[in-house]
Design a protein around this ligand. Structure first.
Ligand SMILES: [Zn+2]
Length: 378
């Protein structure tokens, strides 16, 4: 059995709710015998349930399939430098309970692993989630994750260089653990929250201290050949521009990251100095001319990046978000205007501001882990 068939049957039931085996076959174009094998496996694992409902043309009503919202469950964890966010989801990918914890900056990785375990334990106890019903745990990490999703290969944050492999956490939690990159998981969460169609290609660009991106292609996270795709922050948009931490000149990250935007305001301002993006947004709202200037420049840089990416990827939709969010409504129209002027007519698409919140990486991690585990049931 192809593991993807199992997932495809599961997702069809999830989207259609109460569906017969014959109708699953129509939607998936899989044979009735394949559907039958997949459904048996998913029933055995408790992910689906059978209900006898609906109309019948005489005789007994047909047996319909539904997702079992009472478990199995999956847990997603975002591990950041200063916080651990945890969510539990059911098989509809609905968040049942979430928990956030601030962790002291610079604590040792061993202490951080203890914090992850404690936050997990608090979540399942506060949410009254039976531990034996949790089939998988996903972790969103700051960096590039190996293809088997077990190790953090490269991280811009040296603090995470010794982060243990997923086997270590798997032993502590006694549940299968999968890793992924935070940006990938944010886009995955956004994709599911927006209930985009299964043929959508969603590109998400996250602007914070760094500039990262994720891509969901037809329901799956695109990871490139070894997990290192979409390092978009190092797209050169000004060859004679300032030096970037990667060694090149004029990378978009060296021009348009949130710290660069704040730096650029402070460098040009004689009296007012700002500390964060909210202060920049407030100045813009009050009509501050310099705030307007630096944000106009920012919109242009971001539009260049998005147009370069859209010409390569040809997405059906782009969303933007991250730490920069407070100023995005101020510059969205300008980004769209510059984007339209830069993009090939064939590659144009809508740009929106992300709906994501603090637990979006954890939410994406929980979905990713549940799907990885379901695939392993074939
Ligand atoms: Zn760079």
């Amino acid at each position: 059995m192809d593991p993807r068939n199992l997932l495809s049957v599961f997702k069809t039931v999830q989207k259609k709710n109460l569906i017969s085996r014959t109708d699953i076959s129509k939607f998936t174009h899989l044979s009735e015998s394949t559907i039958s094998r997949c459904v048996s496996r998913l029933l055995e694992k408790g992910l689906l349930i059978e209900k006898r409902l609906g109309k019948s043309s005489g005789g007994r009503p047909p047996i319909l399939l539904d997702i079992n919202s009472e478990g199995p469950f999956s847990v997603g964890i975002e591990v950041g430098e200063t916080h651990v966010d945890v969510v539990a989801i059911n098989a509809f990918y609905k968040i049942l309970k979430s928990e956030s914890r601030v962790v002291p900056k610079g604590i040792s990785i061993d202490v951080l692993v203890d914090e992850i375990y404690d936050t997990f334990a608090t979540l399942i106890s506060a949410g009254k989630i039976p531990r034996e019903k949790i089939i998988s745990v996903g972790l969103g990490l700051p960096g590039i994750v190996s293809k088997d999703q077990k190790k953090l290969l490269l991280t811009p944050n040296s603090h995470f260089e010794t982060f243990p492999s997923s086997d270590v956490l798997q032993r502590i939690l006694d549940i299968p653990v999968f890793y992924d990159n935070g940006a990938n998981l944010m886009v995955f969460s956004e994709y599911h929250l927006n209930r985009l169609s299964s043929d959508s290609i969603l590109l998400g660009v996250i602007i914070g201290t760094g500039i990262g991106a994720g891509l969901v292609v037809r329901e799956e996270i695109f990871r490139g050949s070894n997990g290192a795709s979409l390092e978009v922050g190092h797209t050169v948009i000004m060859p004679d521009g300032p030096e970037c931490r990667c060694g090149r000149h004029g990378c978009v990250e060296a021009l348009a990251s949130v710290p660069k935007l704040i730096e650029s305001y402070n460098a040009k301002s004689n009296n007012i100095k700002i500390n964060d993006i909210r202060e920049l947004h407030e100045l813009f709202s009050k009509g501050d001319a310099l705030a307007k200037d630096v944000l106009e420049q920012e919109a242009y840089y971001l539009a260049l990046l998005l147009a370069n990416l859209a010409n390569i990827v040809n997405p059906s939709r782009i969303f933007i978000g991250g730490e920069i969010t407070p100023v995005l409504p101020d510059i969205l129209e300008q980004i769209r205007k510059h984007f339209s002027a830069q993009i090939l007519l064939t590659n144009t698409c809508d740009i929106r501001i992300s709906k994501l919140d603090q637990v979006s990486i954890a939410h994406g991690a929980a979905i990713m882990a549940m799907e990885k585990e379901i695939e392993s049931y074939f």
